[in-house]
Design a protein around this ligand. Sequence first.
Ligand SMILES: [Zn+2]
Length: 77
Amino acid sequence: MTPALLAVTLCYVAVCAASPFGNCRKCNGWGFQMKTDRKGRQKRGKDCRRCKATGKRIRVGRWLYNRWARIYRSGTG
Ligand SMILES: [Zn+2]
């Protein structure tokens, strides 16, 4: 592993630890989707199904950590 890649990985781990949730990319963290009506006005659309209307998405790094932690705990008892 190159030092640069290691630094990026460490930064990513730090971000995951500091804020395990990121904004949902589909709804920009609003929890619902905006739609434009015929007059060009923005209206509140349906709840975002991707984030279940929370506006938050768990980061992949955090998800992996949770998974690893569960396996580790179940492995050692
Ligand atoms: Zn969403």
